[in-house]
Structures are given as structure tokens and as C-alpha cells.
Write a protein that binds this ligand. Structure first.
Ligand code: MHF
Ligand code: KIV
Ligand code: MG
Length: 294
């Protein structure tokens, strides 16, 4: 029995595909944008059914589904495989692919080639890249120029967390917050259609948000932005430990999975599974003939 509130989502075959103009309209109307990560076919089916607006194939999948201890080592081919599986499970959400560390920094040409793979091979609608310094801004501009929408990501940028001193909140001094603001303005200027603010003070997020025109999606950035994003495995409790301060849990599915497999193990060991209803029958005459043949 779940202790979490059960919310029913209408099975809505009439839902329209989410587009860039629709996301801009949501900002203009003050309608919160719901974004969540997904990494494979079943997680995609679940978030599609839930009616979210934007799905991110996050490089966090390095940790949540591939078991790496950071997002740094994951390869482009690994993330592309997750993106392809996710695409197969989605109907209406806008799909964003997260460019992994090392797949876009080297040159504008590398960044465009990588972004093209997300669009052509995985069917992504857009890509996301981390950082708002000169290199990230140039890569964003190059990818946008090639016709692929780009989402920015500032504040806590996990791919370069070592340089930030670890997985720590950012923009906590006036100077550090000004830098997050300048990076955001530069990404907007470069043509990004939206920006993720990760782990910055809520008041800082609000102040930068007011000075931007594109939709801002927060994760640990407070309520005064245009939408929120959380990692699928964090919000459903498919993980050990509770995660960052910004995580809200809506289920404890890792516990449920372990309990389900444990119950199966117990049934096998006690002979309760399989039962007669799980078996296949053969006509007695066929069985008799088999006995002869053997
Ligand atoms: N499952 C998962 N969820 C995520 O949100 C996520 C990933 N993986 N992997 C990549 C990054 C890492 N992220 C993290 C990880 C930990 C904290 C964390 O524990 N932060 C401390 C604050 C520390 C400080 O500011 O000093 C916290 O208490 O929230 C934050 C973001 C966000 N991203
Ligand atoms: C948390 C989001 C913004 C992300 O980049 C990821 O999941 O990789
Ligand atoms: Mg990411």
C-alpha cells in the first residue's frame, strides 16, 4: 500500500505534441512547465502517460541507470542508446538530449556533429549543454545556427563539478550570482530556447528569471521560475539514499522492486511458484505416444 497521494491522469490520446512556441506560451501565461528525465522505454512510457511537457535524456543516466559514480565517464554512444529507447516510448512530450562531457567542448564542428546525432539517430527535438562561459556559448550558437534548438544549463553543472568544488550550490555571493546571470544572458543571446538553473538560491533564480525572456527550468532553484525538472529515479525512489536537498520523493520503487523479487524468490524456494496455471498442457494421447518414442 502506497503512502503517496494517488493522482489519476486522464488517458488522453488527444494531447497535442509539445512544441517550442507552446513552451514560450507557457512562460507568457505563467503555466508551469513540467520536465522530468527518462532513460529507457518503460520510463518514457510512464512519463508520457503522466502528461509531462518536456523529457530530458539526462547524462545523469550515467549514474541512475549505468551505475557510474559521476556523469563524467559516460560516452556519447551510451547516452544515444538511452535516447533512442526513450524516443520509442514517447508520443507528446518535447524530447531533449543531454550532450555528455567531452562530446561538444572541442570545437563548434564537434558540437554540431554530436547534436546532429541526437536529432537524426535518436529523434530528439533539442539538445542541452552545460555552462555559460565563452566555450559553451560558442557551441550553443553553432548548434542553433545548424537548426537544432539548444537548452542551456547554469549554476551547478555536474560535468565540471570538480572545478566547482563538488556537487555544491552555486551563486551564493553577489559576485558568483552575477556570473550565473551573465552566463544566462549570453546563452539567451546565443539563441538558447530555454535554460536550466541548477542549485542556486531561490532569490537569485527569481532575479535572473525576471531579466530573461526564455523559459527557465529550475532544479533546486526555487518556485519563481517557469518550470521544474527532477530526475526520474530520484522522484520515484529508484536509488539508494534520498539524494540532493531539492529532491521530493513520490514513491519508493527500489524498495518495491526488491520486495517483489524477494517474494518471487520465496515462492520459488517454497514451491509456490510455478502453479498449475503457469504451465502448458499436452493432450494425453500425445503424451502416451511420446512415452513410446522415448
Ligand atoms: N540521480 C541524480 N540526480 C541528480 O539530480 C543529479 C544526478 N543524479 N547526477 C548529476 C547531478 C548531481 N546532482 C547533485 C548531486 C548532489 C547534490 C547535493 O547533495 N547537494 C547538497 C548541497 C551541497 C552544498 O550546497 O554544499 C544538498 O544537500 O543538496 C546536488 C546535486 C544533480 N544531478
Ligand atoms: C538534472 C538535469 C537538469 C540534468 O542535466 C540531468 O538529469 O542530467
Ligand atoms: Mg545533465
Amino acid at each position: 500500500m502506497s503512502t503517496f497521494p494517488q493522482v489519476s491522469v486522464p488517458a488522453d490520446a488527444s494531447r497535442l505534441p509539445v512544441t517550442l512556441p507552446r513552451l514560450m506560451e507557457k512562460r507568457a501565461l505563467g503555466e508551469p512547465i513540467v520536465m522530468v528525465t527518462a532513460y529507457d522505454y518503460p520510463s518514457a512510457v510512464a512519463v508520457d502517460r503522466a502528461g509531462v511537457d518536456v523529457v530530458l535524456v539526462g547524462d545523469s543516466g550515467a549514474m541512475t541507470v549505468l551505475g557510474y559514480d559521476s556523469t563524467v565517464p559516460v560516452s556519447l554512444d551510451e547516452i544515444l542508446m538511452l535516447a533512442k529507447a526513450t524516443r520509442r516510448g514517447l508520443k507528446t512530450p518535447f524530447l531533449v538530449g543531454d550532450l555528455p562531457f567531452g562530446s561538444y567542448e572541442i570545437s563548434d564542428e564537434q558540437a554540431v556533429a554530436t547534436a546532429m546525432r541526437f536529432v537524426k539517430e535518436a529523434g530528439c527535438d533539442a539538445v542541452k549543454l552545460e555552462g555559460g562561459g565563452p566555450t559553451s556559448v560558442a557551441r550553443a550558437r553553432a548548434i542553433v545556427s545548424a537548426g537544432i534548438p539548444v537548452m542551456g544549463h547554469v549554476g551547478l553543472t555536474p560535468q565540471t563539478a570538480t572545478a566547482l568544488g563538488g556537487y555544491k550550490a552555486q551563486g551564493k555571493s553577489a559576485l558568483a550570482a552575477e556570473r550565473v546571470a551573465r552566463e544566462s544572458f549570453a546563452l539567451q543571446q546565443a539563441g538558447c530556447f530555454s535554460i536550466v538553473f541548477e542549485a542556486i538560491p531561490s532569490a537569485v533564480a527569481e532575479m535572473i528569471h525576471e531579466r530573461l525572456e526564455i523559459p527557465v527550468i529550475g532544479i533546486g532553484a526555487g518556485p519563481n521560475v517557469d518550470g521544474q525538472v527532477l530526475v526520474f529515479h530520484d522522484l520515484l525512489g529508484i536509488r539508494e539514499g534520498r539524494g540532493a536537498k531539492f529532491v521530493q520523493r513520490y514513491a519508493d520503487l527500489l524498495d518495491d522492486m526488491a520486495a517483489g523479487v524477494g517474494a518471487y524468490a520465496e515462492d520459488v524456494r517454497t514451491g509456490r511458484y510455478p502453479g498449475p496455471e503457469h504451465g502448458y498442457a499436452i493432450e494425453p494421447v500425445e503424451l502416451a505416444e511420446l512415452r513410446e518414442r522415448l
